[in-house]
Ligand binder design. Sequence first.
Ligand code: NAP
Length: 316
Amino acid sequence: MSAPDVIVTAPLPPFLYDPLKADYRCHDYAQAADKAGLLRAASGAIRGLVQGGGTVTPTDLLDALPKLEIISVFGVGYDGVPVDYCRGRGIRVTNTPDVLTEDVADTAVGLVLMTGRGFAKADRFVRAGEWVKRGPELTAKLGGKKVGILGLGRIGKAIGQRLAAMGMQIAYTGRKAQQGVAWRFVPDLVALAAESDFLIVACPGGPATKNLVDAKVLAALGSKGTIVNIARGSIIDEPALVAALEQGTLGGAGLDVFADEPQVPKALLAMDNVVLLPHVGSATRETRKAMGDLCKANLDAWFAGRPLLTLIPELA
Ligand code: NAP
């Protein structure tokens, strides 16, 4: 049997793209100068689609792929996939959960340390030659501080374990209390924000959580509170976040994700109480390789008639 045709809608790293090209007839939609021409030539043959976690796949692209059977997402978040549409057409959607959990949780801890202990600011202080003129400012002890986690899933739990080991007090919210979890469930997000020193966003993006962290939640977190986001930029009302930081009604922010990546609101760049990362939650060589292997393994399983390794819960 000839190699199945696969359309690639995101730039892929060589450790994923090279093995894909070896086993599939790949159509590089992400890099194609003439996307319409690519579709005219190949759309009728395409059976698989590979995209990134942050890639948005419009339904009109899927409409143009009548033989599409599977979307394999290189990432755990699939908020860019039109899930209801895929259900309607029987298109399978797979992702890469678990293999990235530890790295993303480490990133959240890094943002808590960099904001709470002021390490990013302290690094700038040394580099600017300020240390020879005066001593560094004192920061706040993290042990004993209260952490609220929005979305206690795989990554949220790994964040909780790490911060609990640092002596921080953990509570969480989500759509329901988690079974077998000792940490306190707070059903209301505003109430959780009001009691937290750090509010950590770890739930999925997409329409259900768009702007869930709004001006009211940020006001409840308050001028002594810090927001940390390692999930998706869409979950926080970004203009409200900028306004709260400008007005001093929010203490600080540690952000790995943004509403319009790679664009970052200009106002944030000048703020000393804000730490900005370029969406590096899972960006280690080991984890990205494991994600690539799982992304391809799902395609391989599907086209070999074997059970998928992962399938998003909405389609399971
Ligand atoms: P997960 O295991 O599915 O956990 C998500 C949690 O969010 C669940 O516990 C769920 O709990 C909660 N949740 C779902 N919908 C919610 C809603 N509408 N309101 C409030 N809580 C909700 O997913 P994960 O593997 O931990 O990944 C979480 C997210 O992290 C991904 O979706 C992705 O966007 C993001 N991520 C970011 C990076 C990065 O590089 N920064 C890397 C990987 C992942 P309930 O069902 O009880 O509500």
